[in-house]
Design a binder for this molecule. Structure first.
Ligand code: FAD
Length: 424
C-alpha cells in the first residue's frame, strides 16, 4: 500500500467520485479514491438522502432546457435510468446508485480503497500536505500525493492540515440539524390523507408527547416503489457532527425518534395500518458541519441575487433552505424565477494550504449560502471541477491558486459540464 500518487481524493460521496473520475479523465495517471464505508455515494447512499433537489433554473419545470448541471452528474442520471433507478428526473434508487458509482470508478480505472479512514495529515512545510495517514484492516499507512482533494463532507483533511474553518451562523455555533432518513413499506398510498391532515395529527401527537421531535411538520417523499414512503423528518438539534461524542448521542437519540414517528404513522394515519419499518439509513444524515475559509466566501446575497462570477465552475438555483439549527421551523428563500447563481473556483481554494482543493458541502461559504449549494447535483458538479482543476495544476506544474480559470472553464465546457446556453 506504500505508493506515491498524483492525486488522492478523500471521501467517496458524489463529490469525491466525480472528482476522482474527472482527474483521471483529464490525464492524471495515479488517482486514488479513499472511502470509509464499503460502498460509494456518501449522503446519497449512507444517508439514504432522496430525491435530487433541483438542478434546474429557479422555479422552472424539470425540463432539459432549464437544466443547469450536466457532465458527470448527467452520466449518473443516465446510468441510473438504464437500471430503472431514476424516475421524474430526481427520484432515485440508492441501491442502483451504489452500483452506478462502482461501475464508473472501475470503468475509469480509478484506484480505490474502501473501508479506509483518513485519520491525519503530515506536513513537511507549513502550507504543503506531504501525506495522509489512513487506517484500515491492513493497518496504518502514510499515503503520499502531489495534490489532495478533500471531499469528506466535513472538511476533515483541511481541518487536520490547519485550514481555518467555520461552523454555524453569525448568531449561533450550531449548524443545520441532523436527520436520520427512513422508509416505511406496505403503505396504502392511495388511501393516505392529505399532507395537511397528516401534519395536523402529527402536531397533536407531539403535544401529547408521543413523538419527541422539534420538527414542525412531516417531511416525506414518494419512492420508486408504490408502497414505500421515504421520511426525511427526524431532527436532532445542537449537536456537532465533527465531535465523536455528540455524533454518537445524535445516532442514539434519532433512532428512538424514527420509531416514535413510525408508531405514530401506524397508529394514527390511514394507509399505514399494515405498514412496517423497512429501513433506516446506515448513518444519521449530516447537513452541515465545518465550512472552510477560502479565497472567496459565497454569501446569501450572491445566491439570491443570482451572482455569476468570472470563475464560476458550476451553476445552481436551489433555494436557501435552512432547517432551524436550534428548534422548530424551516426558512426557505428562493431566487427569482429562471435565475441561477455561480459557484466560484475560489471557494474551493482553502487558505493556508497550497496543494489542497476542497469540494462539495464544506466549501467556503456562509451558513446561509451553504444551505443552497449543499444539494447533491451541485456537489457532483463541484467535484468534477475540482478533479479537472487538480489535473490542470499538475499538468502545468503550478499551485491551485495560480490556475488560469479560463483554461479550467474551457476544459469543463469541452467535457460537457455546462448547459449550451450558459457558457462562462
Ligand atoms: C437529511 C438530509 C437531507 C438532504 N436532502 C437533500 C435532498 O433532498 N436533495 C439533495 O440534493 N440534497 C440533499 N441533502 C444534501 C446532500 O445529500 C449532501 O450535501 C451531499 O450529498 C454531500 O455530498 P458530498 O459528496 O459533498 O459529501 P458526503 O455525501 O457527506 O460524502 C462524504 C464521503 O466521505 C466519506 N468520509 C468522510 N470522512 C472520511 C474520512 N475521514 N475518511 C474516509 N472517508 C471519509 C464519507 O463516508 C462519505 O462517503 C440532504 C442532506 C441531508 C443530511
Amino acid at each position: 500500500m506504500q505508493k506515491d500518487y498524483d492525486i488522492i481524493v478523500s471521501g467517496g460521496g458524489l463529490t469525491g467520485v466525480a472528482a476522482a473520475i474527472s482527474a483521471k479523465r483529464s490525464g492524471v495517471k495515479d488517482v486514488l479514491l479513499i472511502e470509509r464505508y464499503g460502498f460509494l455515494g456518501g449522503m446519497a447512499t449512507s444517508g439514504l438522502v432522496h430525491p435530487f433537489m433541483s438542478y434546474f433554473r429557479a422555479r422552472k419545470p424539470y425540463k432539459e432546457e432549464n437544466q443547469l448541471i450536466f457532465g458527470i452528474f448527467q452520466e449518473i442520471l443516465d446510468s441510473l435510468k438504464a437500471l430503472n433507478g431514476l424516475e421524474r428526473a430526481s427520484y432515485f434508487d440508492a441501491e442502483a446508485m451504489k452500483l452506478v458509482l462502482n461501475n464508473m470508478i472501475l470503468e475509469n480505472d480509478v484506484s480505490i480503497l474502501l473501508h479506509t479512514y483518513v485519520a491525519d495529515v503530515k506536513k513537511e512545510e507549513d502550507n504543503y500536505i506531504d501525506s495522509i495517514k489512513v487506517v484500515n484492516k491492513s493497518g496504518i499507512a502514510d499515503l503520499k500525493a502531489k495534490m489532495f482533494i478533500d471531499c469528506t463532507g466535513d472538511a476533515d483533511i483541511a481541518h487536520m492540515a490547519g485550514v481555518p474553518c467555520k461552523k454555524g451562523s453569525e448568531d449561533s455555533i450550531h449548524g443545520q440539524p441532523m436527520t436520520m432518513c427512513f422508509r416505511v413499506a406496505n403503505v396504502d398510498r392511495e388511501n393516505m390523507p392529505s399532507r395537511n391532515e397528516i401534519n395536523r395529527l402529527y402536531t397533536e401527537a407531539v403535544k401529547r408527547g408521543e413523538v419527541n421531535n422539534p420538527r414542525e411538520n412531516v417531511l416525506m417523499f414518494d419512492t420508486l416503489q408504490d408502497d414505500v414512503v421515504h421520511f426525511n423528518t427526524t431532527r436532532i438539534i445542537k449537536r456537532d457532527a465533527t465531535d465523536a461524542k455528540e455524533l454518537t448521542e445524535a445516532e442514539l437519540e434519532v433512532r428512538s425518534q424514527c420509531w416514535q414517528m413510525f408508531h405514530f404513522l401506524k397508529k394514527h394515519i390511514k394507509g399505514f395500518e399494515n405498514s412496517y419499518f423497512q429501513v433506516s439509513a446506515p448513518q444519521i444524515g449530516i447537513r452541515e458541519s465545518r465550512r472552510i475559509v477560502g479565497r472567496y466566501i459565497l454569501t446569501e446575497e450572491d445566491v439570491l441575487t443570482g451572482e455569476k462570477f468570472d470563475d464560476s465552475i458550476c451553476y445552481n438555483a436551489y433555494d436557501v433552505d435552512i432547517h432551524n439549527p436550534s428548534g422548530t421551523g424551516t426558512v426557505i428563500k428562493s431566487l427569482d424565477e429562471g435565475d441561477y447563481y455561480g459557484i466560484p473556483y475560489r471557494c474551493l481554494l482553502p487558505l493556508e494550504i497550497d496543494n489542497l482543493l476542497v469540494a462539495g458541502r464544506p466549501i467556503s461559504s456562509t451558513h446561509e449560502a451553504h444551505s443552497s449549494l449543499r444539494v447533491m447535483p451541485s456537489c457532483t458538479a463541484m467535484g468534477q471541477a475540482a478533479g479537472t482543476a487538480a489535473a490542470l495544476v499538475l499538468e502545468n506544474d503550478i499551485l491551485p491558486h495560480e490556475l488560469d480559470t479560463s483554461i479550467l472553464l474551457d476544459r469543463l465546457i469541452e467535457d460537457g459540464a455546462f448547459p449550451n446556453d450558459i457558457i462562462k
